[in-house]
Design a protein around this ligand. Structure first.
Ligand SMILES: NC(=O)C1=CN([C@@H]2O[C@H](COP(=O)(O)OP(=O)(O)OC[C@H]3O[C@@H](n4cnc5c(N)ncnc54)[C@H](O)[C@@H]3O)[C@@H](O)[C@H]2O)[C@@H](O)CC1
Ligand SMILES: [K+]
Length: 518
């Protein structure tokens, strides 16, 4: 049984699910006003840790505005100078009562945003979760104006104007510096397009009974945040005291060309960092000396090459065939000239990771439907461009990345990992894993190659254990981004080239106890 904090940290809800959870709490006779008081009390406590004592509070018509007014009242009693911006004439009953009481205390209230005096920070309680209609007219103008101000903005629950599920901007939205997400993580916090509006995200846990979460989501939530807790169950650690190299997984990498030799090295270094027992690397013959010099421990398989320096066909060592390996990772640096090797790769009965040119070849050959016939699982790791080439009939993934990756997995029968600031992974049953933390330092050539090797190495090691492939892919995504975060902390965001990244992978594992591992 995991502790509550670990359980809550993995859960992600849609607006509808949040509404259902909330409905159960109210149906069990928790008074709405009492819950608002409790939640806003927690927000007020958190806000008191922020520097500054002059606060502008933006009050909307619903319960997000109600929360904001309770915060305003609490700050007022703690000695803060508080001003309200309350542009709506019609307020929900509870919100209206809080406004009347705030005004009775003498807290000034303005209808026009320009009337707000200069303050240290702003609290955004205009709209909360579940907003669906675009923001228009004078409220939109006010938000645009507020976004120009220099003060930090702390949003309650979600930046006003952001769609809770897709993360899209509904007309306009508050660009918050901090957002206090209430109760459970809403999906928008894991959608790339919302990130620049959310700022630093924090969860305020207000003791939603776990039974209510389970009743709404079922035992296994369909959307999961990847956390150290998830990863702990998957990493091939500790190793059994008695083992040998083939027991710790044998990975075959198929990668590289004369034009893209570096991609093969980086993929292999990612695989090396996974700890895989045995690494074989198929490359064009002319790359063999280069690979040997970088990875003396690996078995380098030089393959006949095309005139352009791509692998012409796979030439595995004697007594070896595809079934000799526990996993295959194929794609980085291949070029499209390696297309002829594909039927053999796809028909292998081994877990297969396809990336980069592996995906481009797949798209060109139109072989996505054949993936469903594979005996073993396939993992596709596209970035947005590759995704669009592979799944041209799925709506633009930028609009709703989570829905897009889910559709792609169902359509292909593969585990699909869509790369991004919040990398999303889906399986053919429609379950989703999202990596909640990353760094723009990873937006750099070669960093995807490292991920391919890492995931391949983890898959090979897990081959004899009954760990779901999706969990392994999720672990790879998490490990990769944590290495980026650690490297960026030590070397700045500009100092994380792909080779350096491979050296930080091990550091993440050795620092796991400080990342909430224990
Ligand atoms: N879910 C929970 O368990 C809790 C929720 N609380 C707060 O309640 C919030 C949700 O409250 P509400 O459901 O009242 O939602 P909002 O506070 O967003 O208010 C919704 C109201 O805004 C108006 N509106 C909607 N779209 C508009 C548009 N485009 N332009 C102008 N007006 C528009 C409508 O009149 C609607 O009734 C949460 O985000 C949170 O802050 C907390 O008070 C307590 C616990
Ligand atoms: K808000």
């Amino acid at each position: 049984m995991q502790d509550r904090q670990a359980q809550v940290s993995q859960v992600v809800v849609t607006a509808r699910q949040m509404r259902d959870v909330e409905g159960r709490i109210f149906a069990a006779r928790m008074p709405v006003a009492a819950l608002m008081e409790k939640v806003a009390g927690l927000i007020a406590l958190r806000v008191q840790q922020v520097e500054g004592s002059r606060v502008g509070i933006l009050v909307g018509p619903g319960h997000n505005g109600g929360d904001a007014l309770v915060v305003a009242r609490e700050l007022y009693f703690r000695g803060y100078v508080v001003w309200l911006y309350s542009p709506f004439s019609q307020l929900k009953e509870l919100t209206s009562q809080h406004l009347q009481y705030a005004q009775s205390l003498g807290i000034p209230c303005y209808h026009d945003v320009e009337q707000l005096p200069d303050c240290d920070f702003l609290i955004d309680g205009l709209f909360g979760f579940g907003l669906e209609r675009p923001i228009t007219d004078h409220i939109a103008l006010a938000i645009n104006q507020l976004n120009q101000w220099k003060q930090p903005i702390l949003s309650i629950d979600i930046p006003s104007g952001i769609h809770t599920d897709t993360g899209e901007v509904l007309g306009t939205a508050i660009r918050a510096t901090h957002t206090f997400c209430l109760g459970l993580w809403k999906l928008a916090f894991l959608q790339d397009q919302a990130l620049e509006y959310i700022g630093k995200a924090e969860l305020i846990d207000f003791d939603i009974p776990w039974a209510d979460v389970e009743a709404v989501l079922g035992d296994t939530p369909r959307i999961k945040r990847i956390t150290p807790g998830t990863v702990k169950l998957t990493l091939p650690l500790p190793r059994p005291p008695v083992t040998h190299k083939y027991k710790e997984g044998h990975l075959l990498l198929i990668c590289g060309s004369r034009r893209y030799a570096g991609g093969a090295i980086l993929t292999a270094l990612g695989a090396r960092a996974s700890g895989v027992g045995m690494l074989s690397i198929a490359v064009p013959e002319s790359l063999k000396p280069l690979l040997v010099s970088h990875l003396p421990e690996a078995l380098i398989i030089g393959c006949p090459e095309t005139e352009t320096g791509a692998i012409a066909h796979l030439q595995l060592p004697q007594k070896t065939d595809m079934s000799s390996f526990n996993a295959i990772a194929c794609g980085p640096g291949l070029t499209l000239d390696a297309t002829p090797i594909f039927p053999e790769v796809i028909s292998s009965e081994v877990s297969l990771v396809l990336d980069a040119d592996g995906l481009n070849i797949l798209a060109q050959m139109g072989t996505i439907p054949t993936l469903k016939k594979r005996q073993a699982l396939t993992v596709l790791t596209p970035h947005t461009g590759e995704f669009q080439r592979l799944f041209p009939d799925i709506a633009d993934p930028k609009q709703d990345r989570v829905k897009a990756v889910q559709e792609a997995a169902v359509q292909s029968g593969a585990v699909v990992l869509l790369k991004g600031a919040r990398t999303a992974i889906a399986n053919a049953q429609g379950a989703i894993w999202i990596n909640p933390e990353s760094t723009p330092a990873l937006a750099r050539g070669g960093s995807g190659d490292v991920l391919t090797g890492l995931i391949g190495g983890l898959l090979a090691q897990a081959a004899t254990k009954e760990i779901p492939v999706e969990d392994i892919v999720a672990t790879g995504a998490w490990w990769h981004s944590q290495a980026g975060i650690l490297a960026a902390q030590e070397r700045t965001e500009l100092g994380v080239d792909a080779f350096t990244l491979t050296q930080y992978l091990m550091k993440v594992i050795s620092q796991l106890p400080t990342l909430g591992w224990g």
